[in-house]
Design a protein around this ligand. Structure first.
Ligand code: ADP
Length: 515
């Protein structure tokens, strides 16, 4: 399933030094698409000629996997940790250099990266991710590693966003990019905990981290980064609106000229039906026969009726309100009446988990629901289904529809965010001009989803049309090389003398000390 990546052999033009900052990375720690991006983007940037390093929290799953570790700096007690050590090693698989924030008290514990096993947020998340940001910022200023300092810092989502505030507090002339992978998760903490951040009180203001009386880590990125990117152009526009801005649309509007969207890609070392070892059979656009074997194997594994002619729909998703899967539950009776089958792999919201399990119990052989997280089953579902359903209420980019395209499993998507940017819904026009790659709908209603599912079922009954759509879907090229070139172009704008450097709120002179 995971192919070891060769280190980038040829660097094009030598590019800038870039420090990536994030809280998860595939395949070591993953809760969603963020990990896939952080696993794939740095190697793609390196292949573009950039000198890339990544800084990550020293969770056991990461710290115990990173190769050739050596100590770079001893930071002593900070942010509630008895001691913090900065280590440098190399990532398995990509061999990229990675800094580990080794703070056993904060990061080495049973449970998830953000939550305990019981689903509650870790009570010290403010200190944990402030520390990540602090270390990243001080690496960026060149204070922590005498052997390397980046030209630019690039942080991902709220967990890494404090790096921008600490850079601002330092008045460091290091340009920075903040990428929003999901504006709905903001890293909000009680105002009383602001003192733990070691920042000047001026940062706890509307033009800083303050958000309705709370501390917002997301705002640290939105206010202080030189540039803001999101993971699709449509989501970049949407987050400036009340409907999609998650309460931060005003802040986004204030940075309108600094916000842009760069689409995520598909990591071909991981998601490729020609090489995917999780599958019952491998296949390609030129030789698609193996896909039927994947479908048969999946039906058998999940206890679904072994029927080649039934269109099999699939979902691999967090189960949260965002993903619109309540719409799918409402549309399910009609889908089944039309002859469809459904396979769902997901975890999250307990009521949704229960509802899908109940649907499977009520419709044995027609609906299968697996609650939990299973990377290998995710591959088998994406390959074995005929269509991947992504009816999201909002979707910054979305990866499973991209995997669906790659695996010839036609996406059925709501036309929103990155789904709108990556799937061309079948219409008489897009069918005749050869651009259709899936099925799409607009309103977040069961009826609208039923319409798209109904069109998928009727198209499935016309094998020649379905095969044409599959070929068009599989011909799409959402590669990380394209995304990496766009990020490089953005970085180079920021690194031009006197260009693009002044963006971000000019709030300087924080205490810089650490509680
Ligand atoms: P998000 O980041 O909002 O969760 P994305 O579509 O961007 O959504 O990325 C989701 C990633 O997580 C994909 O790689 C998908 O395959 C994976 N995933 C989601 N749920 C599961 C699950 N239950 N088991 C395995 N992989 C999952």
């Amino acid at each position: 399933m995971l192919v070891r990546r060769e280190p980038p052999a040829t660097a094009a033009r030598p590019g800038p030094r870039v420090l990536q900052v994030a809280a998860e990375i595939f395949p070591l720690v993953k809760t969603g698409g963020l990990a896939d991006v952080v696993g794939a983007l740095p190697p793609a940037l390196a292949a573009e000629g950039l000198d890339v390093r990544v800084v990550l929290p020293g969770y056991a799953a990461i710290a115990d996997s990173v190769l050739h570790q050596r100590r770079v700096a001893e930071l002593g007690p900070m942010f509630g940790a008895a001691r913090v050590t900065l280590r440098l090693g190399r990532l398995p698989y990509s061999r990229l250099p990675v800094y580990l924030v080794d703070a056993p008290l904060l990061f080495r514990r049973e449970g998830g990266p953000y939550q305990a096993a019981d689903g509650h947020e870790w009570p010290d998340n403010l200190q944990r991710f402030a520390l990540l940001g602090w270390v990243a910022a001080h690496l960026a200023t060149g204070e922590l590693d005498p052997g390397w300092a980046p030209d630019l810092l690039h942080a991902h989502d709220w967990h890494a966003a404090m790096s921008h505030a600490y850079l601002a507090a330092h008045a460091a002339p290091v340009p920075s990019v903040f990428t929003v992978h999901n504006l709905a998760y903001q890293g909000l903490f009680p105002a009383g905990d602001f003192a733990l951040l070691g920042l000047s009180a001026r940062f706890m203001a509307a033009h800083g981290l303050e958000y309705h009386g709370q501390v917002s880590f997301m705002k640290a990125g939105l206010k202080f980064a030189s540039r803001i990117t999101t993971v699709s152009p449509t989501y970049a526009r949407e987050i400036a609106t009340h409907e999609f801005g998650a309460g931060l649309d005003g802040v986004i509007c204030g940075r309108r000229d600094d916000v842009s969207g760069i689409l995520n890609g598909v990591d071909r070392a991981v998601w490729n039906p020609e090489t995917d070892t999780a599958l019952a059979s491998r296949y390609s656009a030129a030789q698609p026969e193996g896909k039927m074997r994947c479908k048969a194997a999946l039906q058998q594994q999940l206890g679904l009726e072994a029927a080649e002619d039934r269109p099999l729909f699939g979902v691999v998703s967090r189960l949260s309100a965002q993903k619109g899967l309540d719409l799918l539950l409402a549309a399910l009776p009609r889908l089944l009446a039309e002859g469809g089958q459904l396979a769902v792999l997901g975890s999250g919201d307990a009521a949704l988990e229960r509802a899908f399990r109940d649907a499977a119990a009520a419709q044995p052989g027609r609906v299968a629901a697996i609650t939990g997280y299973d990377e290998s089953l995710a591959h088998r579902i994406i390959a074995g289904v005929d269509a991947v359903v992504v009816p999201s209420r909002f979707e910054p980019c979305g990866l499973t529809q991209l995997y669906g395209l790659r695996y010839g499993s036609l996406p059925v998507v709501r036309r929103v965010g990155g789904l709108a940017d990556t799937v061309v819904g079948a219409t008489p026009e897009t069918m005749s001009d050869g651009t259709a790659t899936g099925f799409s709908f607009d309103a977040a209603t069961p009826a609208a989803l039923e319409g798209a599912l109904g069109l998928a079922v009727s198209t499935y009954r016309e094998p020649a049309r379905w095969r044409r759509l599959m070929a068009q879907a599989m011909a799409q090229d959402f590669s990380w090389a394209v995304a990496a070139r766009e990020y490089r172009a953005l970085f180079e704008i920021l690194l031009r003398p006197r260009a693009g450097r002044s963006a971000g709120t000019p709030l300087r002179g924080g205490a810089g000390g650490v509680a």
